[in-house]
Design a protein around this ligand. Structure first.
Ligand SMILES: C[S@@+](CC[C@H](N)C(=O)[O-])C[C@H]1O[C@@H](n2cnc3c(N)ncnc32)[C@H](O)[C@@H]1O
Length: 255
């Protein structure tokens, strides 16, 4: 019960930040916390539970209905705010893009193309869960620093897109969910698992320092909080994709 109340509070404040940043308001979503709040008093035993002959509290059907409704509301909030975003938009993406060891020394894996693709091709949008930047850096980013290297920080520093799992590690897919919200990770790894998104774009490295040769650009949309990856050069089969991570990326861990 207290966990559920926590979720509502957390998500309500997250939504409010969103609303202020965009200057817009979605009445349907905004009304959810109030709907839930109005149902919470009904769960108090003193207001609507009866006591049977053995001193056991019985919960009325009305309370059960209200509780189910509240639970659905919380589920909806989690589904909305903690969903994994982003997608690969090139045709046959799974076979056209390949993750394998990078040509960049000590850079781990990289992303390669198996087909010729033209300049201007949109590869997709960066995958992951949208999180307020301060919450991410003070919490998950501190506990699991490796998550920072895979997270896209928007240039206005208000949000990040985090594609890593609950332990801050990158997997082939991002399931969604948030460590700050009770049950969120569990819900996304079970009933919402079908929403998972491919994380191939998270494997694009920077070209070796001083060499240059980026063939991918990233374009942020601060309204939709999407990051579009586009080819800025023609590429041939077997070529590694490279992106400039920008001025604020922490490169101190580069080998
Ligand atoms: C977004 S991930 C790229 C995928 C990563 N190479 C992997 O194996 O999953 C960013 C990380 O890749 C590595 N990296 C990317 N470009 C690099 C470069 N030019 N030199 C060294 N390491 C690089 C760094 O560890 C960086 O934190």
């Amino acid at each position: 019960f207290h966990s559920l109340a926590f979720i509502t509070t957390t998500h309500a404040s997250r939504f409010n930040s969103n609303k202020n940043a965009r200057g817009k308001k979605s009445t349907a979503i905004f009304a959810l916390p109030e709907l839930l709040a109005s149902s919470l008093p009904l769960l108090a035993p003193s207001s609507s539970a009866a006591v049977d002959g053995h001193g056991v509290s019985l919960i009325s059907p009305q309370v059960l209905t209200e509780f189910a409704s509240a639970a659905m509301t919380y589920l909806s909030l989690i589904a909305y705010f903690d969903r994994p975003r982003g997608s690969l938009t090139i045709p046959n993406a799974e076979s056209t893009l390949q993750v394998r060891p990078s040509h960049v020394p000590n850079a781990g894996l990289g992303l390669f193309t198996t087909q010729s693709l033209s300049k201007g091709t949109i590869l997709g949008t960066y995958p992951g869960v949208l999180r307020p930047a301060n919450t991410f850096y003070d919490g998950k980013g501190r506990n699991f620093p490796q998550a920072i290297g895979y997270s896209w920080r928007f240039t206005d520093n208000k949000y990040v897109i985090d594609p890593t799992d609950s332990q801050g590690n990158i997997q082939d897919v991002c399931l969604g969910g948030s460590s700050e919200v009770p049950f969120s990770n569990t819900i996304f790894s079970t009933i919402f698992q079908i929403w998972k998104v491919n994380t191939a774009l998270c494997r694009i490295n920077e070209p070796p320092i001083g060499v240059g040769g980026c063939n991918v650009s990233a374009r942020e949309n601060l309204d939709t909080r999407e990051v579009v990856f586009e080819l800025i050069q023609d590429v041939v089969p077997g070529q590694e994709l490279y992106l400039d991570y920008g001025l604020t990326y922490d490169r101190s861990m580069y080998g």
